[in-house]
Design a protein around this ligand. Structure first.
Ligand code: 13P
Ligand code: ZN
Length: 265
């Protein structure tokens, strides 16, 4: 299999092994640079074309690898062509063509969120962002039942639950209150946050994480989920100590990152 498809598959399997992908839960997309497109040229043929319910700006003519709707991440290992595929968004940005894979399937129901996030995040990172990853990790999802859906509250809890968090996501993490998944509305609500935050939590549902590479997106998801796990464990016993705002500022200085000043007290 092509190297880029192997690397895409690896993240699917890694996420499944973490327990983040029950049934068909979660989805993944990768914006292919020109070298990946030319490497995959010999396997791509126009299979089927579909329309979006409304045009999506900023990704016209781009190629993506995406997981299929209803597909199980755990099957990426044994059935890559049935689990994910390559699509090209048309030049008008109002539809796409499947060029490889996605056998008996279509792209994820969260395709609008993935593609709109790619458009926004690509701009926000000066063209570095290539990966958008949605997963259903249990601890960060459980945490959303215990707080108001507020980015400052969530970000401070995570920063204070594991020392490295403030270095990994100094901008903080966004949160969208509960919404019906799978359409343009939740895509727009996520997009409105992902220009400022590298990841956005969906209350009572899961997380969208972004990254310039599979490692970065997976690592961000892993860091968020682990911090949430630590917080829930510490809360269950009773928190009597935490990382202070002075500690957070010291971290910022030591690692040369600027923590979101709106989230410090
Ligand atoms: P899909 O099977 O359409 O990718 O949906 C899974 C999911 O997690 C929806 O939020
Ligand atoms: Zn989901």
């Amino acid at each position: 299999m092509k190297d880029i498809l192997e690397r895409f598959r690896r993240l699917c399997v890694d996420g499944y092994v973490q327990g983040w992908h029950e049934r068909n839960g979660g989805n993944l997309s990768y914006r292919m640079p020109a070298e990946d497109v030319s490497d995959c040229n010999d396997i791509m043929t126009d299979c089927r074309s579909f329309s979006f319910s409304e045009p999506i700006r900023g990704i016209e003519g781009e190629y993506f690898i995406v997981t299929g709707t209803g597909r199980y991440m755990r099957n990426a290992e044994i059935d890559p062509e049935g689990t994910f595929g390559i699509i090209r968004v048309n030049d008008a940005g109002d539809g796409y063509t499947v060029l490889w894979g996605l056998r008996d399937s279509r792209p994820t129901s969260e395709l609008p969120t993935h593609l709109m996030n790619h458009a926004v995040r690509f701009q926000a990172t000066g063209g570095r962002c290539r990966v958008i990853y949605h997963a259903h990790p249990a601890n960060i999802t459980a945490l959303t039942y215990t707080i108001r859906p507020d980015a400052k509250t969530l970000s401070r809890i995570l920063w204070q639950s594991e020392t490295e968090c403030a270095v990994v996501f100094p901008e903080g993490i966004g949160i969208v209150p509960w919404m019906v998944p799978g359409g343009m509305e939740i895509a727009k609500a996520t997009c409105a946050l992902i220009d400022r935050f590298p990841a956005v939590v969906w209350a009572f549902h899961g997380v969208f994480a972004s990254g310039s590479s599979f490692d970065e997106a997976f690592g961000l998801m892993h860091t968020i989920e682990k911090a949430a796990e630590i917080y829930l464990k510490a809360s269950a016993v009773g928190i009597i100590n935490t990382i202070t705002d002075d500690n957070l500022s010291e971290l910022g200085k030591a690692f040369g990152v600027t923590l979101n000043p709106d989230f410090l007290e």
